[in-house]
Design a protein around this ligand. Structure first.
Ligand SMILES: Cc1cc2nc3c(=O)[nH]c(=O)nc-3n(C[C@H](O)[C@H](O)[C@H](O)COP(=O)(O)OP(=O)(O)OC[C@H]3O[C@@H](n4cnc5c(N)ncnc54)[C@H](O)[C@@H]3O)c2cc1C
Length: 291
């Protein structure tokens, strides 16, 4: 089947020249990575727009207690910019945000940034073969190509729970953590036991007076082999070849373990789930600490 689309393009000579060749919306890891890739291909006429006042996206927005990567830091970084100086196996969020800043400086992206600017609409002008993007300041920015690196985990979505609006206590979403709220001595409830909750709960459990964790669907959890990287382990991880090997092994193990548990052949699903069973029991026992 063939499909034809009628587009009334202006002759090349009559077309409006866009402000930029490329506009990237979002200055998280996705946007920064896209900017680096463009520079490497010799494309320098681009801007990176972000609504926040700082780069890092997810890692700028999420500052809740315990925020960290949930795969080892040696895997969670650009392949061409691996680091040996992460402070922990699972680096805290602010180190990831600083890493994003370092990438921006190292690859001369700072001058490409337009921060504090929200894109409110994007319309393709077929006649001139360009994108027309509008900012929250009602300014139009045009570009031949638009890259939407807008992510998804820096925008809080409150759960649809009846009566939530009438809750008399303090209500917080982890992606909008209010550091002025002191949890010490308070009765706290955490809704959810996903990756974020697994970081938050251990970080606050000893501080609060009483903690209740609500879980709708049981999850599979592996032990978290987290530790500080100092001394010998730092020396080892600063060796490029060792780091690359650890990254390769870690990536394969993570992918096989995670996807095997969900979609792999039955022997792999069973193996992955058995490996996860042990810490699940440990987690249940640890609940006795959650008063
Ligand atoms: C606590 C936590 C731990 C995580 N751990 C891992 C992990 O271990 N491994 C992993 O692979 N992933 C992890 N993630 C997922 C993480 O979000 C991604 O890895 C990655 O950071 C997403 O980058 P991004 O650039 O695609 O999006 P984001 O980081 O979300 O960046 C998007 C950017 O777009 C901007 N933006 C959005 N809309 C607009 C608009 N209309 N106008 C202007 N700007 C806009 C936002 O302000 C934001 O800065 C984790 C996420 C969280 C929250």
């Amino acid at each position: 089947m063939t499909t034809s689309i009628d587009i009334e393009e202006a002759p090349t000579a009559e077309r409006v020249t866009p402000d930029h060749e490329v506009i990237i919306v979002g200055a998280g890891f996705g946007g920064i990575g896209a900017g680096i890739a463009l520079q490497r291909r010799g494309i320098h006429d681009f801007v990176i727009v972000d609504k926040w006042d700082r780069v890092g996206g997810t890692w700028h927005a999420n500052t809740y207690p315990g925020v960290a990567v949930d795969i080892p830091s040696f895997i969670y970084s650009f392949s061409y910019e691996q680091r040996g100086d992460w402070s922990r196996v699972f680096a805290p969020g602010e180190e990831l945000r600083d890493y994003a800043d370092d990438m921006v400086d190292k690859y001369s992206l700072r001058e490409k940034l337009r921060l504090n600017t929200t894109i409110t609409s994007a319309v393709f002008d077929e006649h001139n073969s360009l994108w027309r993007l509008t900012t929250d300041g009602n300014e139009e920015v045009t570009a031949r190509f638009a890259v939407m690196a807008v992510g998804g985990l820096e925008r809080p979505k409150m759960p649809d729970i009846a009566g939530l609006d009438d809750f008399a206590g303090t209500l917080m979403h982890t992606a909008l953590w209010d550091h002025d709220v002191a949890l010490a001595g308070k009765r706290v409830a955490v809704i959810g036991t996903g990756a974020t909750s697994l970081q938050l709960v251990p970080a606050i459990v000893d501080e609060v007076e009483h903690l209740t964790v609500f879980q709708r669907t049981p999850i599979w959890v592996f032990p978290k082999f987290d530790m500080e990287i100092t001394g010998l382990s730092r020396w080892v991880m600063e060796r490029k070849h060792i780091r690359s090997a650890v990254r390769l092994i870690g990536t394969v193990a993570t992918e096989v373990g995670m996807s095997g548990m969900l979609t792999g052949p039955s022997w792999l699903m069973n193996l992955s789930r058995q490996a996860a069973e042990v810490p699940t029991r440990a987690w249940r026992e640890a609940r006795s600490r959650i008063r």
